[in-house]
Design a protein around this ligand. Structure first.
Ligand SMILES: Cc1ncc(COP(=O)(O)O)c(C=O)c1O
Length: 466
């Protein structure tokens, strides 16, 4: 008898689009094993089926008077509410703004909170560039540090909030790291931020796909003021992302992108802006992406986010236990963590190890700095003074110190992990046997097998009809 978590994970796996696709390797074709879920997750077939049916009714939304437009508008608007409910947003006070991804959500927020140059935004040393760079350009970005394990130093957050009181306007922090999988206690951080008169933004790109999350009521000290996340990281790769926050923030002043749909009335000398979210969603919106995301969240709810999270936790611990036994492996970060694990194997260049796993094992992982260069540097113990700009100029991006990242999702299995471990152990025992089969291709910016006539046959595999 399967436990609830195993049942949920198995159902999810059965519904993953493309789960049995086979890919070429140096040997035989192999069933692809995908361990890059932190980048983007595959779609799920029940939602694709729903989308297919909805497309019969698809039409331009808002102000269209035909029946299909009325249906599509209702579907689009309701999807906002469904997304809000998935994360416990308060629909009487919050607005859900559909954007294209987390990066756009945070950029939009950085614009809309109307920062003055002397205002401070506290972010952290463990952020993805998307929750660092937007703040640098709009305010004084100040960085909370980390402890020896690479976890956020909450005392340092408090110190910075005190030091910069009352100028800090936002604490911008990730819910979970895309490098170590470390999870921040964002509700505690919210309490601390609110005690210092400051709001909190949670970059939920790596948290929402892995755990049930609730923004908590507005009168709760641990309430999350702003939340951003991406559809493509939660089984909904149709170009939608989400920014949620108080309607009041977006109800005054011009939007970041003015244009069609953002106004009620346009006079020659005066513009009457629409209410949020319309004011913030310039142009024809991504109806399909928004609907797909709402339906995907409903699907995950049906399987049970708690079931999926428990399964993933078990699989993550299983993976870590096995990885630790691989000779010469360095794993960054510590438990507890969501299923994001970065490591290096002996002194094998990260990009080369990624290529070996691709061309020998038929596996997809990610290598490099994962758009979190500062964090990766700290975890590797690299100084800022290391000759990064020279390496960059030389075009040898592969020489820039980095890591290999395996990111799990609840549809991955122990058998897939065992396969990864088998390959890593074999590479660790006899690295030169593998290394000599590859060369760095400057034109492709990656390692390629010397002996494999390898052509990306994109036209063939996607099965174009015309
Ligand atoms: C923690 C974190 N924040 C933000 C982003 C940016 O997400 P997107 O590429 O969907 O804008 C990512 C993407 O990997 C991420 O992992």
């Amino acid at each position: 008898m399967l436990s609830k978590k195993h049942k949920a994970a198995l159902t999810l796996r059965k519904n993953i689009k493309g789960i049995n696709v086979r890919v070429p390797t140096r040997g035989k074709k192999k069933t692809y094993i995908y361990f890059d879920n932190a980048a983007s997750t595959p779609a799920v077939t029940p939602v694709l089926d729903e989308l297919y049916h909805y497309l019969d009714w698809y039409s331009g939304v808002h102000r269209g008077t035909g029946y299909k437009s009325l249906i599509s508008s209702r579907i689009y608007d309701d999807a906002h509410d469904d997304i809000a409910r998935f994360v416990g947003a308060d629909l009487s006070r919050d607005t859900v703004i559909m954007v294209k991804n987390t990066s756009e959500a945070i950029n939009k927020l950085s614009y809309r909170v109307q920062l003055e140059p002397e205002d401070v935004v506290i972010t952290t040393d463990m952020e993805h560039h998307s929750n660092d760079l937007p703040w640098r350009t709009r305010a004084r970005a100040v960085y909370a540090g980390l402890n020896e394990e690479g976890k956020l130093d909450i005392d340092n957050v408090k110190q910075l909030l005190k030091k910069h009181y009352p100028h800090t306007k936002m604490l911008a922090v990730c819910g979970a790291s895309n490098v170590t999988g470390h999870v921040n206690d964002v509700h505690l951080l919210a309490e601390i931020a609110h005690e210092h008169g400051c709001h909190i933004l949670v970059d939920g790109a790596q948290l929402i796909p892995h755990q049930r999350f609730n923004m908590k009521p507005h009168n709760d000290p641990g309430h999350i003021d702003y939340l951003a996340f991406s559809g493509h990281k939660i089984y909904s790769p149709f170009g939608s992302g989400v920014l949620i926050g108080p309607r009041a923030t977006f109800a005054s002043g011009p939007p970041e992108y003015p244009g069609g749909g953002t106004v009620k009335l346009v006079m020659q000398d005066k513009i009457f802006w629409a209410d949020p979210p319309d004011r913030e969603e310039a142009g024809s919106p991504n109806v399909i992406g928004t609907y797909a995301l709402a339906r995907t969240l409903a699907y995950l709810d049906k399987l049970g986010m708690d079931n999926l999270a428990k399964y993933e936790e078990e699989l993550t611990n299983y993976t870590l236990d096995k990885l630790q036994k691989v000779r010469g492996i360095s794993i960054y970060g510590s438990r507890p963590r969501v299923g994001v694990i970065s490591f290096n194997l002996q002194d094998i260049p990260h990009a080369l190890l990624g290529a070996i796993l691709c061309f020998e094992a038929g596996m997809g992982v990610r290598t490099g700095c994962f758009c979190a260069q500062k964090y990766v540097r700290q975890l590797l113990g690299m100084a800022e003074s290391y000759h990064y700009p020279e390496l960059y100029d030389s075009g040898r991006m592969d020489k820039i110190p980095g890591m290999v990242r395996v990111s799990l999702a609840a549809y991955n299995t122990r058998q897939e992990v065992d396969e990864l471990i088998k390959w890593l152990k074999d590479i660790a025992i006899n690295p030169y046997e593998y290394l000599r089969r590859y060369r760095f291709s400057a034109s492709q910016g990656s390692y390629v097998p010397i002996d494999m006539q390898y052509k990306l046959e994109a036209d063939k595999v996607v099965n174009r009809i015309m």
